[in-house]
Design a protein. Structure first.
Lengths: 186, 186
DNA sequence: TACGATACGGAGGGCCCCGCCATTTAGCAA
DNA sequence: TTGCTAAATGGCGGGGCCCTCCGTATCGTA
């Protein structure tokens, strides 16, 4: 595996493009064979470039992940640490809710393979960590809350609202409840 | 369908028993064929008694659902409405977390078939409604929160903690955060 | 006991995931 | 240009699962 051949790179891009559409249409359960068929390649080629459905989903959502990391960087220096955190979590929710299957990609993340912590949640966690730290230092976040907790909660909310008539709106509403507290101690 | 034949009832019970084990072991994705094989019946018989995986899951979890409804009734007249609500949500979390697949059964609930609102969430919602009303009247719950919201949130939390080393503990921790508020307004 | 209605289960089709291996093809060197 | 080799491909077969159909076995009753 010196540099990867040109045709291999072509196929990679081709498959990825098809996969994006297919995942958008059918969620995380999109058929790998269907993707191969649409891309005009053999099913073996798909699995060669993306070993396992997980790898494919990671690749498909990597752009969005990057965008979210960038957004986190933007918000890192904001004056209102709490607002910045909520803003970012809202953005995460929007992204995840709009992309069928992204939540599934996140939930199975970091647990499947023993070592190989999935790149998705790892990147997100790293990017959002400063936001949480600032907010915590400002006393705006309950003690003991980790970045992973935040992402996990959002993931759960998105997962469970996936079949809702208006997923994004419902997800944001539930996110608001979770942040403010459903039943805050007086 | 006059009264259902004796052997049919026998098979029903047999399949249900096997299904409970199988679902406990493999979650909501348990193979219907595997269940049939283990039960010693044809796969057609399984789907005759339980048309679709949903029906099977409903049957499998119905006992737990009943137990939760009973618990809600017990707590309905408690002095501390907020504590009662939190108690019940904790119980729901415990049950759902201990039964692999119960959360999945709940999440797809009420959305799949257009009319046929699934019996699972319907029963739970009905049973928990009084608890929420009491708590709301006591001002212990944020305005606009519905019983369905509560169950949805718990479902999401359980779903997303399913692959955690200690699912129940993690689920309860996140539930606590959600109730108290991750980032409550000062 | 004999006869319907009821329930059963095996077979077959469709779809999917996976691994294998013979064949093609890109990229480099003579 | 022409070979040559390693990389890349994709068709094929195996194993599963889900689902439907239909001939057959069984129950419950007359």
């Amino acid at each position: 595996m010196t540099v990867q051949r040109a045709d291999a790179r072509r196929n990679y891009a081709r498959i990825l493009a098809v996969a994006e559409e297919e995942v958008a249409a059918h969620g995380a359960d999109a058929s790998l064979e269907q993707i191969a068929r649409t891309a005009g390649v053999g099913s073996a080629t798909v699995r060669r470039h993306f070993p396992g459905r997980r790898a494919l989903l990671e690749a498909v959502f990597s752009e969005r992940i990057e965008a979210l990391c960038a957004r986190a960087a933007e918000l890192a220096g904001a004056a209102d640490a709490r607002a910045a955190l909520l803003d970012w979590l809202g953005a995460l929710t929007t992204y995840a809710a709009s992309a069928r299957g992204m939540a599934d990609a996140l939930v199975q993340d970091g647990m499947d393979d023993p070592e190989h912590v999935n790149a998705c949640s790892a990147k997100l966690t790293g990017a959002a960590d400063p936001l949480l730290r600032h907010a915590t230092r400002a006393g705006a976040v309950a003690p003991g809350v980790t970045t992973a907790d935040l992402i996990t909660l959002v993931t759960g909310i998105v997962l469970v609202t996936e079949h809702h008539p208006d997923p994004a709106a419902e997800a944001h509403r539930l996110l608001g409840l979770t942040m403010e507290g459903v039943s805050p101690r007086r």
